[in-house]
Design a protein around this ligand. Structure first.
Ligand SMILES: [Zn+2]
Length: 366
């Protein structure tokens, strides 16, 4: 067992690594989690539902590998079982990073058992994909365990339709694995799926509410666009911020009438499960028409990107970011010719669960 001083250092180190991963974009918002082995039967892990910017050492939770019990009042990451099976399967593993990084997550939606790709010029990379199960479930931990045991030489894995799990003898090794996987998976998407896309948000016309008044970031926002904003605020009283995302991937998806079935867990959770690109801007009666629905946080405009909705600016930006990743996955699956979509049942379940736990979290912070 570590001394108290060593435990404190380990807690601070986990935060340091999470900030570094956050800075280079491999971790966003509250998604993903990081852990460090303490001894044969314990690890320290980041808590559930707290942003990386807000982490303090006291929030890093000590979890017992054998029964997943934990010390203190802070709830550990809901993916603690995944970490536990990895520490159990790999005695040499000291540090684990789980991310929802963009290219690896997208490569994990294609329905492949392994992603065969390369890193830099000459290093062949094999990335096994653990079969899908709902996040936070024992089934998911079992699927990861089976895959980690099957490939004893490999330290970087994809969790299908979800993210990655990277193992290391120390934090540097796990970190390097996550970085390498992202480059290697982008190489795969470029070569095999012909999907060469930068991830991010390219802002078009944003707005927010101040009282009842709509304030547009760009004063000469066209009337056509203003009408969409007005319609959204009218139909969705919970929305206070709209981020118009015109990134390459979102633009590409917006060019054709399309139904975006969720390919990634965070898409189902944050954006929703019935996202459609309308076939035109006008309904049967000639009125303005957009697919504005309760609990669907992205509204596509034909050939003009998508409006991303949130009750705060931060939420709307998170929707814009997750939508871009979802669009890259969507395009990759289309060009690859096959993929594994989440079922409607799974998507609805995750969406409800996320909204419930997120609103609870917001209540605690008030
Ligand atoms: Zn996750």
């Amino acid at each position: 067992m570590m001394t108290n001083e060593e435990m404190q250092t380990a807690r601070e180190h986990i935060i340091e690594i999470s900030r570094q991963l956050h800075d280079i974009g491999l971790l966003v918002r509250t998604w993903g989690n990081i852990s460090c082995r303490v001894d044969d039967d314990h690890f320290l892990i980041t808590p559930s539902g707290i942003k990386y910017e807000d982490l303090t050492p006291e929030m890093i939770v000590l979890v017992k590998i054998s029964d997943l019990s934990h010390e203190g009042d802070v709830t550990p990451s809901s993916e603690k079982a995944v970490h536990a099976v990895c520490y159990k399967a790999r005695k040499e593993t000291q540090f684990i990073i789980h991310t929802h990084q963009v290219y690896a997550s997208c490569a994990g939606t294609l329905g492949l058992k392994k992603v065969l790709t390369y890193f830099e010029d000459d290093e062949d990379v094999v990335i096994p994909v653990a079969p899908y199960a709902l996040p936070g479930t024992q089934k998911l931990a079992e699927n990861v365990e089976m895959t980690v045991k099957k490939f004893p030489e490999i330290n970087g894995f994809i969790m299908a339709n979800h993210g990655t799990i990277c193992l290391g003898g120390n934090s540097n090794e796990a970190f390097y694995e996550a970085e390498k996987m992202e480059v290697a998976c982008n190489n795969f998407l470029i070569d095999v799926c012909k999907t060469d896309m930068h991830h991010g948000v390219i802002v078009g016309f944003n707005s927010h509410l101040e009282g009842d008044e709509i304030v547009y970031d760009i004063p000469d926002t066209p009337e056509r666009v203003k009408n969409i904003h007005k319609e959204i605020y009218k139909k969705r009283p919970d929305v206070k911020y709209i981020v118009h995302n015109k990134s390459a991937a979102v633009m590409t998806v917006s060019r054709r009438a399309n139904h975006m079935r969720p390919l990634l867990d965070d898409f189902a959770q944050l954006i929703g499960y019935s996202v459609k690109v309308p076939s035109n801007e006008y309904g049967k009666d000639g009125q303005n028409f957009h697919n504005i629905k309760k609990h669907v946080n992205a509204v596509f405009a034909l050939n003009d990107g998508a409006y991303c909705l949130g009750s705060t600016e931060d939420d709307a930006l998170a929707v814009a970011d997750v939508l871009d990743k979802g669009c890259i996955a969507h395009i990759a699956v289309m060009r690859h010719g096959e993929g594994h979509y989440l079922s409607l049942f799974e998507s609805i379940k995750m969406n409800r669960h996320y909204r419930k736990s997120y609103s609870k979290l917001a209540d605690i912070k008030k």
